[in-house]
Design a binder for this molecule. Sequence first.
Ligand SMILES: [Cu+2]
Length: 455
Amino acid sequence: MSSRRGFLRNILAGAGAFASTKLLSAKEIPMPGDQPRKNPVGKREIHQPEGPPPPVETLDIPNLPFHMDGGVKEFHLIAEPVKRQIVPFKMMDVWGYNGSCPGPTIQANQGDRVRIVFENHLPESTTVHWHGLEIPIAMDGLPYVTQKPVPPGGRFVYEFTLHQEGTYFYHSHGAMQEMMGMIGMFILHPEKPYQPRVDHDYGVILQEWAILPNNTIPNTANMEFNWLTFNGVSAPATTPLIARLGSRVRIRIVNLGMDHHPMHLHGNQFVVTGTEAGRSPESTWRRENTVLVGVAQARDLEFDAKYPGDWMLHCHLPHHMMNSMSDLLQNAAVVEDRMIMTTATNDSQALSQMQTLANSVPFQHVHHAPIAENANDVLGFPQDAFMDMGMDEAVAKPETHGLPRNWSANMMGMMTLVRVLPPEKYDEIMDLKRRGVIDQPAPSEHHHHEDHDHH
Ligand SMILES: [Cu+2]
């Protein structure tokens, strides 16, 4: 397999000129909650026993704005096709709501009367189902049974009173539309604040996609998922969850896909304080560090952030800790001993494809993870050496400020970091966020190869 190492080297060394593209907007999203924050996040006292609970942050996903119409909170929700960049080198054509996939997060309070004016900008009929909400049957969003499907260009007004609290979600009730991405979080803040109070409240939606190489449209009937996302992006494009040292953190995780995900947090124990049915009694809380989030379920985790560090939060299924390499595995030299079906390509076609990819994304060198001289003589090589591709610059944002060089190289699929930061470092990142500054990591110690640059 003499071509293997050369192929690998070409992939990994092919660092194109760095294009300073801003891939994901890191700007702060205005919160729809009624209660404005009394203090800027960075100045908030640690672990306040009193005061309004923080709003939920679904990183990489906006909130759905509302306005008051008399006593009713009115939201406008539009189903439509969406382009979603999963990682710097992969774009998806999916369906979602209001330009976002997953759809924007709806936040309301227990006791609110809400009206969701829904418009369908899809080329086919759809409805919206409110998962777990106890509402009148006419509002349930089940096509033909509780309402007529909303035709393309049509609209339907959902209106109901929210008497529950907890982590819920909305989604299309068409199975294939679900797999095209049509889900969003629906947070119901409790009338009586949960105890103990948390300082950070994050939301994460788990999804999976089957996208063939050279394609951008998910195959919604396929069972081989090659892209696994948190809030519509895969690591290393996932935005780290920032927590101030000494704070209490809640993470709400929702799963809508074909697989269950054992979600694991490094270095900390948490308790599961809620499910898709709302808050659980404290007597049921037990210490865990891995929680299985089944399809259609929600799990709220809480823990005290008492250990400083960048702790990984990830799905522990190995195949969900990868980004699709099938796009890259079209080279017979790499593929011949693996059961991976690909389109027919010869070595030079595959290499030129790889070069295009390498030139479009500032992959970094992997000199930090060297391979043995005799690597090609070892059966099974390459495994992770094939996968590690750093792209710190391409995914840089305020929340990645200060991470070690090449942190992104081993981040793939359903992974993110929970960064428990001492107050000064925490404040620094909050300040970068407020000012909308995209932090650029320190330049690599290694030079970039220029010989494969654009011509
Ligand atoms: Cu998983």
